[in-house]
Design a protein around this ligand. Structure first.
Ligand code: B12
Length: 212
């Protein structure tokens, strides 16, 4: 199992879409849980790509190739993630903040929330505070998820929460924030109800916040 996951990770680092898909299929055939293929193979690969980019070894096109490889694999894995009906009906609105185009982490959170039975509305990326708040109101969401991947965009999470307060909607919805640069302290600072470092703990956290 270690070996095949390492091969998945390596294929993402190299930005090889076909190779990534082939390795992911091998992992699934070997009986490895799709969620583990995502967290221990694909995601770890992307984190290495991020480090290489930061160190100047990789450039934007390398990061784009890796992201494409990851997205192809996610499309393949999504239908394999089992659906559970237990929490059916609880509505969540989620998006990535304004100025931020990173979608992969958010999409994995959506996949896991859906597999746990939540009804998820995806607002996409580069979402303004006004759009988040309007969606919470219009969709009568019980949960709002706000993703931000850059130190230059995480402040937007506070703007969304402040606007919820201003519009008198803050008490109606539980807010969870996520994204690689965040921490528990950050979540408290921006006034969220919770934070989770990854999609699986995100599902747990949301259930806990709702008392499910
Ligand atoms: C892939 C990638 C891209 C892709 C994105 C493709 C896409 N469709 O998403 C592309 C190539 C487009 C891209 C562009 C850029 N990127 Co980029 N990118 C990355 C990279 C390598 C991986 C991100 C990723 O997908 N990770 C995998 C997923 C699974 O992990 P995740 O996003 O962290 O999500 C998990 C958790 O955080 C959590 N989570 C996430 N959201 C939420 C929400 C909720 C509610 C919850 C509960 C949990 C949760 O759960 C997820 C699943 O477990 C990161 C490196 C890194 N360390 O993050 C850089 C990184 C984020 N990018 C960076 C930069 C600088 C850029 C660019 C500015 C580059 C440029 N010069 O143009 C642009 C910005 C574009 C923009 N305006 O947004 C920097 C940001 C630095 C900073 N200031 O903080 C990073 C950190 C790379 C680096 N080390 O320098 N990028």
């Amino acid at each position: 199992m270690e070996k095949v996951l390492a091969q998945v990770k390596e294929a993402v680092i190299e930005g090889k879409r076909e190779e990534t898909l082939r390795r992911v299929a091998e992992a699934v055939e070997a009986g490895i849980e799709p969620s583990l293929v995502i967290s221990k193979g694909l995601t770890e690969g992307l984190y290495v790509v991020g480090d290489k980019f930061e160190e100047g070894e990789y450039f934007l096109p390398d990061m784009m190739l890796a992201a494409e490889a990851m997205n192809g694999a996610i499309d393949y894995l999504a239908p394999l993630i089992k659906k559970s009906e237990q929490d059916g009906g609880v509505r969540m609105v989620i998006g990535t903040v304004k100025g931020d185009l990173h979608s992969i982490g958010k999409d994995i959170v959506i996949m896991m929330m859906k597999s746990a039975g939540f009804d998820v509305i995806d607002l996409g990326v580069d979402v303004s505070s006004a759009t988040f708040v309007e969606a919470v109101r219009e969709k009568e969401a019980a949960v709002l998820g706000i993703s931000a991947l850059m130190t230059t965009t995480i402040q937007e999470q506070k703007k969304v929460i402040d606007l919820l307060k201003e519009k008198g909607l803050r008490e109606r919805v539980k807010v969870i924030v996520g994204g690689a640069p965040l921490s528990e302290e950050w979540a408290v600072k921006v006034g969220a109800d919770g934070y989770a470092p990854d999609a699986i703990s995100g599902v747990k956290k949301v259930k806990e916040m709702l008392g499910l």
